[in-house]
Ligand binder design. Structure first.
Ligand SMILES: *Cc1c(COP(=O)(O)O)cnc(C)c1O
Length: 398
């Protein structure tokens, strides 16, 4: 494997907030002969994963699986439900929300963008106010990012649903869960989400290459009237083929083997335990950051992400030089600052296939890196995390 270390040994620490570490069980599941995607064996696999994946979205509705990155699922959500010139309301939680907005603009949609400072969650009251003004119901969809991966801030989706209902507004609700699905509690049906967008390479512990749209009855109805051009992303042909476990074009057969295994792992651990594990590790990571005397990017204590922690570099110190040192000295990848946060923050991914010692190793790499790079900090971050982890039962609910 290509690495900057001259003599790497042991496992690389891939502690970016996606792609995440792929469990050996999943790698072994992927390592099988590719089969005829129109043959009988494939149909059984297709039906199993299409049904099994619903559980992770906490939905009874269909979930469509595309062979694509998450960006494709963003596009699919919009082109299947909207028409040229339609207005959509989006919220600037950070870099990923800004990219989704850019994509919507390129498709010919009119975007109302609620501005944000990249340090706070979605303000449901601001959405309610904007929808209340829209008495003509020109806004066709509200699009929000559940876990903003560029900032480490998680938004309250139930509150967004309540804002839409409170305004008695018919807009569809679309939610990006690319870095929260399988890590942070998410309820497609209960929260009345119309399209949930997800990807394989974060909480689902798979390599990049699969993307998802969970649908609602209203989203499916909207697909009948939507006039944005769509072909590859069209839900209708997909759902028709999915009924018997097949796809309208060649699916990512081997990634679907992996998905089957990853779903089994999530089921065996239990989703409540998976969510509790993530929030516990996030809490330990924040204790380390506090002990170091460094600043979290996330400012709202109710919205700190359980999937990743973004840390602001002290004045005069670049995050990229620090990350480079950590990679070269300790063979660990940390997440970079994205967009306007470039070189200003580093991000610690603690999602997916992850345990107490993975966290301790990750935090030790950060603490050694801070010392080696001469970044002003207090020692004791790893110690604070260890004391917390030792004192808390691993299975304790959040
Ligand atoms: C990673 C990520 C994306 C982009 O997904 P790709 O697979 O890179 O296209 C979008 N939104 C969020 C919240 C993400 O974390």
């Amino acid at each position: 494997m290509l690495t900057l270390n001259s003599h790497p040994s042991g496992r690389h620490f891939l502690q970016i907030p996606g792609p995440t570490n792929v469990p050996d069980r999943v790698l072994r599941a992927i390592d099988q002969p590719t089969i005829d995607h129109r043959g009988p064996e494939f149909g059984a696999l297709g039906l199993a994963v299409l049904e099994g994946v619903k559980q992770v979205f906490q939905t009874q509705s269909p979930v469509v699986i595309f062979p694509s990155s998450g960006t494709g699922a963003w596009e699919a959500a919009l082109v299947n439900t909207l028409s040229p010139g339609d207005r959509v309301l989006m919220v600037e939680t950070g870099h990923f929300a800004s990219l989704w907005r850019k994509l919507a603009g390129r498709l010919g949609l009119e975007v109302d963008f609620l501005e944000g400072d990249w340090r706070h969650p979605v303000d449901a009251a601001a959405i309610a106010a904007r929808l209340a003004e829209d008495t003509a119901h020109g806004i066709k969809a509200v699009c929000v990012v559940h876990n903003e991966t560029s900032t480490g801030v998680t938004s309250d989706i139930a509150a967004v649903r309540a804002a839409i209902d409170g305004a008695a507004h018919p807009a569809l609700l679309m939610v990006d869960t690319i870095s929260s699905l399988g890590s942070i509690d998410y309820r497609h049906d209960e929260w009345g989400v119309d399209v949930t967008v997800a990807g394989s390479q974060k909480g689902l512990m798979l390599p990049p290459g699969l993307a998802f749209n969970a649908l609602s009855a209203r989203a499916l109805a909207a697909a009948d009237d939507a006039r944005l051009p769509r072909s590859y992303w069209d839900w209708r042909e997909m759902l028709a083929a999915n009924a018997r476990g097949y796809f309208p074009y060649t699916p990512s057969t081997n990634l679907l083997y992996g998905l089957h295994e990853a779903l089994a792992m999530l089921r065996e651990e239990g989703l409540p335990q998976v969510y509790a594990r993530h929030s516990r590790h996030a809490q330990a990571a924040r204790l380390a950051v506090a002990a170091w005397g460094l600043e979290l990017l996330s400012l709202d204590p109710t919205a700190h992400s359980a999937a990743l922690t973004a840390v602001i570099m002290p004045q005069g110190h670049g995050a990229d030089a620090f990350r480079k040192l950590v990679l070269e000295r300790f063979d660990m990848s940390l997440g970079q600052g994205l967009g306007k946060l470039a070189d200003r923050v580093f991000r610690i991914g603690h999602l997916g296939h992850f345990n107490d010692l993975t966290l301790c190793g990750t935090l030790a790499g950060v603490e050694m890196g801070l010392a080696a790079a001469g970044v002003p900090h207090r020692p004791g971050g790893v110690q604070a995390a260890m004391e917390f982890l030792a004192g808390e039962r691993a299975s304790a609910p959040a």
